[in-house]
Design a protein around this ligand. Structure first.
Ligand SMILES: NC(=O)c1ccc[n+]([C@@H]2O[C@H](COP(=O)([O-])OP(=O)(O)OC[C@H]3O[C@@H](n4cnc5c(N)ncnc54)[C@H](OP(=O)(O)O)[C@@H]3O)[C@@H](O)[C@H]2O)c1
Length: 296
């Protein structure tokens, strides 16, 4: 199974790079500078050169608040890019694994969302990702869309790293405790993508849309407390993370109050699920602090 991955410089792309090389899987991973998913010639050339069995789209515009001021760019990267990838995959008879988001939902459902629940994005980012899902479905039958959530890992920028940095310098700060979701480690998400890719390469993937997110529910405040607790034994820092409301932390984009995803359908089809988010959070914090110690 050979993979062609777009968006290789992001959190997920870099995790996929490490995992494919660790498992000695043939993979070509291209960052935006090497292939912009909005550039037809660049994408065609990449596909023709790599001749992959499966294409993975890890590229996206992910700045949730900034998207409110840059809708054209968000739609270009989250709708038009995936549309082009799906069109080129269809022309070459290739399957596409495309990553989407919990923010396609409005958060009013009290229980975790299943794949068949109606979408109703609250902001530009969610709307652009939802449009990308539709664009893929309309152009390519052999697709797997994986909706995931609250992504964190050792690469790139994410909430977990922000909390570790705050713990270095602040004694106290507030984190919203009335939005809940599933923190998802890039390591689990990348492993899920490779499991789907293996099946897609054999032609036995269950095509369609799936939810895949970290096991267990958290509020941002729960997530922050776990991160701070995990770093404390190493750094000796025990700051106070206060629970605040969304109203006390206004942001440009509105976020869903509940964006928990039910990953049961993915587990039943692909036979795997993510590790519990608290365990994974501790693993990632430990890995980051160990790396920082080595560099010091
Ligand atoms: N991060 C989250 O919490 C979260 C939550 C739910 C779902 N997701 C989804 O998970 C996937 C992976 O997200 P992530 O956290 O790895 O995102 P990320 O760290 O922001 O990485 C996205 C990468 O895509 C690149 N990119 C953007 N537009 C591109 C284009 N036109 N052509 C090629 N590359 C382009 C970006 O490059 P530049 O840096 O140059 O822009 C960046 O390297 C995305 O589909 C995202 O929507 C993420």
């Amino acid at each position: 199974m050979s993979l062609l991955v777009f968006g290789a410089a992001g959190q997920l792309g870099r995790e996929l790079a490490g995992m494919t090389s660790g498992r000695k899987l043939p993979a070509v991973l291209l960052a935006r500078a090497e292939a912009d998913i909005g550039d037809r010639r660049a994408v065609m050339a990449a596909v023709e050169k790599a001749r992959p069995a499966v294409v993975v789209n890890a590229a996206a515009y992910t700045k949730v608040d900034k998207a409110e001021d840059e809708p054209a760019q968000a739609f270009r990267e989250n709708r038009d890019g995936p549309a082009l990838l799906a069109e080129i995959c269809a022309a070459h008879g290739l399957p596409l694994i495309h990553v989407s988001t919990d923010y396609v939902f409005d958060g009013t459902k009290p229980a975790p969302y299943v794949e068949t629940d109606p979408v109703a994005p609250l902001g530009v980012y969610g709307a652009s990702k939802e449009a990308g899902e539709q664009a893929v479905r309309a152009r390519l039958d052999r697709h797997v869309i994986l909706r995931t959530a609250w992504v964190y890992g050792i690469h790139g920028n994410n909430f977990l790293k922000t909390m570790i940095n705050l713990a270095r310098s602040r004694e106290s700060w507030g984190v919203v405790a009335d939005q809940r979701g599933n923190p998802t480690a890039t390591e689990d998400l990348a492993a899920a993508i490779l499991a789907v890719a293996a099946r897609a390469a054999e032609g036995t993937a269950g095509w369609g849309t799936y939810h895949f997110a970290g096991t267990g529910m958290a509020t941002w405040h729960d997530f922050a407390c776990e991160i701070v607790a995990a770093q404390a034994p190493v750094t000796g820092r025990t700051p106070d993370v206060r629970a605040i409301t969304t109203a006390e932390y206004p942001t440009k984009a509105q976020r869903p109050a509940n964006s928990c995803l039910d990953s049961g359908h993915f587990e039943s089809v692909f036979g795997m699920k993510a590790r519990p988010w608290r365990e994974r959070t501790r693993d990632v914090v430990a890995a980051l602090l160990a790396a920082a110690k080595r560099e010091a």
